[in-house]
Design a protein around this ligand. Structure first.
Ligand code: FAD
Length: 471
């Protein structure tokens, strides 16, 4: 739609920044900018409390981002549970890894219901001076075709069935994983690796209270963590196709395959949740960020970039991006200076991957490791050594360290450790071959992940060499 045609046909409003979607990214950005004098229109298709199984464990890195933006209070009043670290349970053997400390104090994440957290974020946006919250579904961009710019959006308000428009020097698209607006703003490909099935366990005691739990072994991994003082979320991985949730047989197979791997104290609550049949499934989508620069618009959150949810890193990436883009926009002052707005968007796209590459890579790399029996065993034994062998990986997982060299070092060390265990006690040809296969598996996991995150020249050369040695 061209700008000429709107004034006569539809009602229009103006602001500095138009934000599409009041989820984790959009509501936080609106609150952050609105409190600092930017006029924001925040458009959300449904303002009622969402009932989703996503975004329920915020890593300490995400908590820090909220604190840095002055928004930590959104974690209050929602029965959020402190999360102090992870418990890894490998065929019944338990390993507890605490989160890192900062200035002598242990850092913590939070477990909560996504819907409650979102409603607090939306309230923070609404209470900010300069933010107008609109309940409406955005249908598309308004474009100034001659200038090649996006100049706003068209939307239909929920209560009135009439198309309206908001014009703004910048539109920030935060419409989540099923974004209908991203096509114009990126060249990214989505890959669905499988599904997470979510169940909510009532009055369930976890083996390590106030910890995220990852259950690994010969079958695919599953997770559990506290999301309120009375509830524990369980997310079960189904690789490949979406499970058929209907029918008695599905409930029985869950009790057999997952219930049997749970510690005794969780079994009754799990059986009760299965009996309720209140299942929800969500696709696990990986999408590397590959934005196209379109003046007047920018992508943020899941609409730009997604990673496997195994490590619970999505909200930390979204909040990191909100602060990065937000700070660049706050330096502009006068939003009518188009070149300044475009420059801020360019800097954000150029800089953000440096902050988020570790979270993106670790999520899929760890999923790859946990689903390969030899690497799975090697990783568990490596972490069991404790000290720096566990401290580095948990600092990366928690979003506290964003040091890609640390990630590469630990990943390589796990692979070599697996190869070393394979040739023990004496290197026979069969054992050496097994060690070679473990190293090749590791390279196949990490190679595409590193290649997608703008690797340095040195990393590219190292990957080239690894592909020759491990074809
Ligand atoms: C199974 C699963 C579990 C996960 N668990 C975790 C976890 O434990 N920890 C973690 O950090 N991350 C987790 N994630 C990822 C996390 O949920 C996302 O990264 C995060 O929600 C992204 O925020 P967002 O604002 O981009 O999208 P969302 O939070 O999904 O918000 C998008 C918003 O846009 C609105 N919208 C969409 N289209 C329109 C439109 N046309 N007009 C107006 N509004 C629109 C939607 O209604 C919604 O409110 C998980 C993901 C999955 C799939």
């Amino acid at each position: 739609m061209q700008t000429d045609s709107i004034s006569s046909s539809i009602k229009t409003g103006r602001c500095d920044v138009c934000v599409v979607g009041a989820g984790v990214a959009g509501a936080t950005l609106a609150a952050y900018l609105g409190r600092r004098g930017v006029r924001v229109a925040l458009i959300e298709r449904d303002l009622s409390e969402p009932k989703k199984i996503v975004g329920e464990l915020l890593q300490p890195g995400g908590v820090l981002e909220l604190e840095r933006m002055g928004l930590a209070s959104v974690l209050e009043g929602i029965d959020a549970q402190p999360v102090e670290g992870y418990a890894l349970i490998n065929d019944g053997v338990q390993l507890r890894i605490p989160y890192p400390e900062s200035s002598g104090k242990p850092l913590s994440g939070r477990g909560f219901r996504y819907g409650r957290f979102i409603q607090n974020l939306r309230r923070a946006a609404e209470d900010s001076p300069n933010v107008t919250v609109i309940e409406g579904r955005v249908r598309g961009f308004v474009e100034d075709v001659s200038a090649g710019r996006v100049v706003g959006v068209r939307y239909v308000e929920r209560t009135e069935n009439r198309e309206q428009a908001i014009l703004a020097p910048l539109t920030v698209v935060c419409d989540g994983c099923v974004s209908s607006l991203r096509n114009k703003l990126c060249n990214s490909e989505k890959k669905v690796s499988g599904y997470f099935l979510g169940l909510l366990l009532e009055d369930c005691r976890l083996p390590c209270p106030n910890h995220g739990h990852v259950f690994i072994g010969n079958d695919s991994p599953f997770l559990s963590y506290p999301v309120s003082s009375r509830h524990v979320r369980v997310l079960i991985d189904f690789p490949g196709r979406m499970p058929k949730l209907k029918g008695e047989a599905f409930g029985h197979s869950l009790l057999d395959q997952v219930g049997g791997r749970l510690p005794q104290e969780m079994r009754a609550a799990f059986a009760a949740a299965v009996a309720k049949r209140d299942f929800q499934a969500m696709p696990n989508i990986v999408m590397h960020a590959n934005p196209a620069q379109v003046p007047g618009a920018v992508l943020l959150g899941d609409s730009l970039n997604m990673r496997h949810p195994l490590t619970g890193g999505g909200m930390t990436v979204a909040l990191t991006d909100v602060r990065t883009l937000g700070n660049l926009l706050l330096q502009i002052g006068d939003f009518s200076r188009e070149e300044k707005v475009s420059e801020a968007v360019r800097s954000y796209y150029a800089y953000r991957h440096k902050l988020n590459a570790t979270i993106n890579i670790l999520a899929s790399a760890l999923y790859g490791v946990f689903t390969q029996p030899d690497l799975n065993e090697a990783c568990f034994a490596y972490l069991q050594r404790g000290g720096k062998y566990a401290a580095g990986p948990i600092a990366l997982l928690s979003g506290i360290s964003r040091d890609i060299r640390l990630l590469i070092r630990h990943f390589a060390a796990v692979a070599w450790f697996g190869a070393y265990r394979a040739v023990k006690p004496l290197p026979t040809p069969a054992r050496v071959f097994k060690a070679y296969c473990i190293l090749r598996q590791a390279i196949r996991i990490i190679d595409p992940l590193l290649a997608a995150e703008y690797p340095t020249f040195g990393t590219r050369m190292a990957l080239k060499l690894a592909r020759i040695v491990f074809p």
